[in-house]
Write a protein that binds this ligand. Structure first.
Ligand code: KG4
Ligand code: ZN
Length: 342
């Protein structure tokens, strides 16, 4: 089944073509092409995503991106067998662009559509890697809006084990980066700055590290960065960035390994934008190995928002059969654990 996937939940327009071969576990070879347009430069002047500008830009980008992906894959529009789109969570206007385009295209060609949960896309993206994980596994979902530990028993079979009480890990990276004058989006910039710094020169808290649960809290850490940066004899920005990153990594690694141990599982999957963080990858892989746990990551290009994960998750769901329908809605707020198996 050949599926076109469309992602437009935030500040990236992503499009991909995925061909699902039933029964095959070689998911990677089904990805025939994907293309992305990032709006980062457009929003940078405002210090964050401006929802209305995001929606308008998705409208501009979506058709050229689809043309490019079809062209590069050597596929005709007529070959499509289904259309998948991100229905939530995300910015309502931005979601509506992808949803209404997907519905219009599908209707005009008599194709079925499928709504994809953005986080399910992230969660399943490591299956597109060279050596994919097998169910069941523990997933650490770390994006700009979410920080969750889930038990994953199969597609649509998700149990929430713990989540952030306030800011997401990516949000803490972005806000701390802003406090350090790094602009938007701050995560990658803060990580680069941290390379020249030394953790431990300033001391920041490891929130909820000792709590007897799998929940997180990152807003206090961001406040601690703000206070440390304002001290009369403030530490070097590089050292503050390095300590901040180390604090986030310490908490994420410890809780992820605790989740694996509590569930009795030895496969851990990391997904979402913060999963691109090199320090997190290095620390997690090393500490997991000592516990007999294997960690799987999506390839770097599929860590942050992209169309490939939406086409893939959509193909898995569409393969189970969906009727074309004219009605649609988007869900700016949508709980992942409310999903059911296709
Ligand atoms: O998954 P994603 O692309 O979008 C959401 O669904 O939110 O995640 C974006 C988040 C942003 O907060 C960004 O700063 C963070 O991921 N991020 C990083 C890195 N790359 C992206 N954070 C730390 N280190 C990175 N290398
Ligand atoms: Zn995302």
């Amino acid at each position: 089944m050949l599926v076109l996937g469309i992602e437009s939940s935030c500040d990236e327009t992503g499009v991909a073509l995925y061909r699902l071969t039933p029964g095959s576990h070689d998911y990677r070879s089904g990805l025939l092409g994907h293309a992305l347009h990032s709006q980062v430069r457009m929003h940078a002047d405002y210090g964050g995503v401006v929802p209305e500008l995001a929606s308008r830009d998705h409208i501009r980008r979506i058709v050229p991106l689809i043309d490019r992906v079809l062209d590069e894959a050597g596929c005709a529009l007529a070959a499509l067998e289904g259309v998948a789109y991100t229905a939530g969570p995300g910015l309502a206007g931005a979601l509506l662009v992808g949803a209404s385009f997907a519905k219009g295209l599908a209707m005009s060609r008599g194709l079925p559509t499928v709504e994809v949960h953005h986080l399910e896309g992230h969660l399943l993206s490591p299956l597109l890697a060279v050596d994919p994980p097998r169910f069941p596994f523990i997933a650490l979902l770390v994006s700009g809006g979410h920080t969750q530990l889930m038990r994953v028993d199969g597609v649509g079979r998700y149990a929430l084990l713990g989540e952030t009480m306030d800011d997401a890990a990516g949000e803490a990276f972005d806000k701390s980066a802003q406090l350090l004058g790094l602009g938007y989006p701050g995560g990658p910039a803060l990580a680069r700055l941290a390379e020249d710094g030394q953790p431990g020169m300033v001391k920041l808290p490891r929130p909820m590290l000792g709590a007897a649960n799998l929940d997180f809290s990152f807003s206090g850490l961001k406040t601690a960065v703000a206070i440390a940066a304002r001290q009369p004899k403030a530490a070097r920005k590089e050292d503050l960035a390095a300590e901040f990153q180390q604090a986030v990594v310490d908490v994420l690694v410890t809780k992820s390994l605790a989740a694996c141990e509590q569930a009795g599982l030895t496969t851990l999957v990391v997904a979402g934008g913060v999963g691109a963080n090199a320090q997190l990858r290095a620390a997690l892989t090393a500490r997991a190995r000592a516990h007999g746990i294997r960690v799987h990551y999506p390839e770097l290009a599929l860590c942050t928002d992209n169309g490939a994960m939406i086409a893939f998750a959509g193909a898995l769901r569409l393969a189970s059969g969906r009727e074309p329908s004219l009605s649609f809605s988007v869900r700016p707020r949508w709980d992942l654990q409310g999903l059911t198996a296709p």
